[in-house]
Write a protein of this length. Structure first.
Length: 306
């Protein structure tokens, strides 16, 4: 497994490092510890460094500062047996992180939910938001210092991405007695069907009830199948089948269950391949108080902006 750990020296970067330690990854895991020195290019190729009369001495000082930052984090990760590579890049942070994921064929990006320059009132930082949206691999947004994953809330909807994030969790060496809560949220069909001119909702109450009953049976069948996979690994597993907006139900459940991690697929069963990230994943990642793992089943083939 290849992991890209994106850091900027903020409190959330510290959370990201502690989260990687908490995952207890196999020793053969390759972790690239990366930071980006912000360097934005404006019209005409002008940068702030040029306007300020930047010198090679100043750049060398910034490069050295970035290297020291990574060295401090790399030492703690090397101490737990991980194979570490350090990477310093210059440019737009989000673009450089995204291009690094393509160049190194990364399986997972771990990044703090907010960065050094993000206002406290923003629930999700600008760099994390772009990486979450455009990455071609799974992304873990960290919001807490986690010593150990004891409870995971996993949202399932039958999509390939949801199955991929379940498989990813099964491959991680979580503590044997970790609790995994499998959640399926079924949207009410009444509102959608009422907008169809050809569907008489009042005269088709029984049809609607049958549809909902069938959907609930399929949801329980899906969760039961996934439950067995986790139980075979020795995890405690419980099931939740709820009805309502998926993002709202996931966030509401998390508010009472206090998970160490919320995990869900990047896209659901929408069939709209043009969307890089589904609305449910976006809303959960933006408003969750807890760390969020967004799983993707297939990698893209082009770098960011290419």
């Amino acid at each position: 497994m290849k992991i890209l750990l994106a850091l900027d020296g903020s409190l959330y970067s510290e959370m990201a490092v502690r989260t990687v330690e908490a995952i207890q990854l196999p020793s053969e895991t390759e972790v690239t510890v990366m930071t980006v020195v912000p360097e934005y290019t404006f019209l005409g190729g002008i940068t702030l460094d040029i306007l300020r009369g930047g010198t090679s001495v100043r750049k060398e000082a910034q490069q050295q500062k970035a290297a020291v930052l990574l060295q401090n984090y790399a030492q703690s990760l090397t101490a737990i047996g991980l194979k570490i590579e350090s990477l310093v890049r210059w440019g737009n942070p989000a673009e450089e992180i995204l291009n690094a994921t393509y160049g190194k064929q990364v399986d997972l990006v771990v990044i703090g939910a907010k960065g050094m320059g993000d206002p406290e009132r923003f629930p999700l930082g600008t760099v994390a938001q772009k990486v979450m949206k455009y990455a071609d691999c799974s992304v873990l947004l960290t919001r807490e210092k986690i010593a150990m994953f004891r409870r995971v809330l996993l949202a399932m909807d039958g999509s390939q991405d949801a199955d991929a994030v379940a498989t990813f969790l099964l491959e991680l060496p979580l503590p044997r007695r970790s609790e995994v809560i499998l959640l399926a949220s079924l949207q009410s069909h009444s509102a959608a069907l009422s907008k169809m001119l050809s569907f008489d909702l009042e005269n088709n109450r029984q049809t609607l009830a049958e549809l909902q009953a069938n959907e609930e049976r399929e949801a329980r069948k899906l969760l039961s199948k996934t439950k067995k996979r986790f139980q075979d690994k020795g995890y405690d597993v419980s099931l939740l089948v709820l009805r309502g907006d998926p993002a709202e139900e996931i966030l509401a459940s998390a508010a009472t269950l206090y998970p160490d991690l919320i995990a869900l697929g990047a896209k659901g069963l929408t069939g709209i391949e043009a969307f890089l990230l589904g609305s449910t994943a976006q809303r959960v990642a933006r408003f969750s108080r807890y760390s969020v793992l967004i799983g993707r089943s297939q990698r893209g083939k082009k770098g960011y902006g290419k």
